[in-house]
Ligand binder design. Structure first.
Ligand code: NAI
Ligand code: MG
Length: 488
């Protein structure tokens, strides 16, 4: 008798656990600030804890930077800019940036595991998306360092100076790369503040800068929460501020900088329209919907969080979507089978659950998968709402979780009108067999990035950024160099 003959239909066909090993991870109990090339304690002596959101265990204590520390970091960055980095040839600067890229590749496995432990994202994503893209951003920008005069022909290109950069918790190391790589390649020095729930890969990045022999003070790291970020923005000696995060904090930063010459770029929230036409390849489109909203637990500013399905294929799309969603595995982020990891923090989990309640109260119909979730940690099952109206809060506001709002449309113009009925303008998506429809939709939606027959694809050569309340300025590509150069 062969093995297959013994398999009964009632067998449990679930995947066996496939946990990534953590044996090679050596986290310190306590991390200081990284200022002028050295790890140093904060002036206040205060530390905060960063936890693993999948089991609520403390991973390490991290220094809380106050005004004095921020000032020290900005002074170090100023000195390094004026005395060393600005004067160095692009070719020499490029060598350091290449070196950083290579060390990220060498330490990729460690970085991926720490990213998943600190922030809750599935190892498959940190291993295959976050870390390789972070290295790619450094490689790409290293290549620009000695070619800036080709990027801006006929212009004299100089660095802007000292950049204060504040990043969120959804793509911790990748946001370090998006911010730091163009800044350094263009001759600027940096004071970076990572998010308070995910500081660990930024701290490992500081170690990487040491390993690369980056001159002291070129990259400085101040850890802490919103108050540390506000202290950085307030510092009078910054030439440039770059922020990625919520629209509310973006607006507060814009106000704080009003009347100052400090340059500012903002990459804020989104509520992307994802449009499926009846002529699309429905099975592929369903994969696109899944990737659009359930990638990284939906903690994605460009997530396809508003789905518009042409009325004639509504039933088919929803039936296939439900079936596909039931196969999604929610659980241990370090398990290689996991599709959806832990929600980044208790606060974010509460926000998402509040929106689930709001949606039901507004009269929408909620669907959630039946998968099991672990007892400890922060989890939300993949969810969507149907019977939603344009005015519903779940349609207008960024939820930043695995929650999709589904609407239908009859004509292309109706789809465009609904898609643009949002305060945001970061991204969008369209699925159709017809090239002409792709052009009509991509021209008709006011958003910085629009994907056609795919979603959530990123590349360092491609500029990323928004319109309206999604912010301004671009990151990536030649456009992304602009905020970091003075052209004369
Ligand atoms: P947030 O905007 O407060 O956090 C982003 C970063 O800004 C963190 O490093 C934080 O410490 C820092 N920050 C907070 N207050 C600050 C201030 N006054 N001055 C300077 N820096 C400050 O976002 P939060 O509260 O963690 O998440 C709330 C919502 O924001 C999410 O539900 C989501 O809708 C949105 N969000 C959007 C992101 C995006 O990539 N577009 C990223 C993170 C959050
Ligand atoms: Mg954490």
């Amino acid at each position: 008798m062969t093995d297959t003959a013994t398999i009964s239909k009632g067998s449990d066909w679930g995947y066996a656990p496939a946990p990534e090993s953590t044996d090679h991870i050596r986290l310190k109990d306590r991390y200081g600030l990284f200022i002028d090339g050295k790890f140093t304690p904060p002036a206040s002596g205060k530390y905060f804890k960063t936890i693993n959101p999948a089991n609520e265990k403390v991973l390490a204590e991290v220094a809380e930077a106050g005004e004095k520390d921020v000032d020290r970091a900005v002074q170090a960055a100023r000195k390094a800019h004026d005395k060393v980095w600005r004067k160095m040839s692009g070719r020499e600067r490029g060598k350091y940036v290449y070196r950083i890229a290579r060390i990220i590749q060498e330490r990729a496995r460690e970085l991926a595991v720490v990213e998943s432990m600190d922030g809750g994202k599935p190892i498959r994503e940190s291993r295959d998306v976050d870390i390789p893209l972070s290295a790619a951003h450094f490689f790409y920008h290293a290549g620009w360092a000695d070619k800036l005069s080709y990027a801006f022909p006929g212009k004299k290109v100089s660095p802007v100076g000292v950049a204060g950069q504040i990043i969120p918790w959804n793509f911790p190391l990748l946001m370090v790369a998006w911010k730091v790589a163009p800044a350094l390649a263009c001759g600027n020095t940096v004071v970076l503040k990572p998010a308070e729930t995910t500081p660990l890969t930024a701290l490992l990045f500081a170690e990487i800068c040491q390993e690369a022999g980056l001159p002291d003070g070129v990259f400085n790291l101040v850890t802490g929460a919103g108050a540390t970020g506000a202290a950085l923005v307030k510092h009078p000696d910054l030439d440039k501020v770059a922020f990625t995060g919520s629209t509310d904090v973006g607006k507060a930063i814009q106000k704080a900088l009003a009347g100052r010459g400090t340059k500012l770029t903002l990459e804020l929230g989104g509520k992307a329209a994802h449009i499926i036409f009846e002529d699309a390849t429905i099975d592929q489109a369903v994969e696109g919907i899944i990737n659009g909203i359930y990638f990284n637990q939906g903690h994605v500013c460009c997530a396809g969080s508003r789905l518009f399905v042409q009325e004639s294929v509504e039933e088919e799309v929803i039936a296939k979507l439900k079936a596909r969603m039931e196969t999604l595995i929610v659980g241990d982020p370090l398990d290689k089978n996991t599709d959806i990891g832990a929600i980044n923090s208790r606060a974010q989990c509460d926000r998402i659950n509040d929106y689930l309640k709001i949606g039901v109260e507004e009269g929408a119909e909620l669907f959630q998968t039946r998968c099991s979730v672990p007892g400890k940690g922060f989890w939300v099952r993949p969810s969507f709402f149907t019977k939603v109206a344009q005015s519903h809060r779940i349609v207008q506001e960024e939820i930043f979780g695995p929650v999709l709002a589904i609407q239908t449309f009859r004509t292309l113009n109706e789809a465009l009108e609904k898609a643009n009925n949002t305060p945001y303008g970061l991204s969008g998506g369209v699925w159709t067999d017809k090239g002409s429809k792709i052009f009509k939709v991509t021209r008709g939606i006011r958003a910085g990035v629009i994907w056609a027959n795919t979603f959530n694809k990123f590349d360092p050569t491609s500029p990323f950024g928004g319109y309206k309340e999604s912010g301004y300025g671009r990151e990536g590509g030649r456009h992304g160099l602009k905020p970091y150069v003075e052209l004369t």
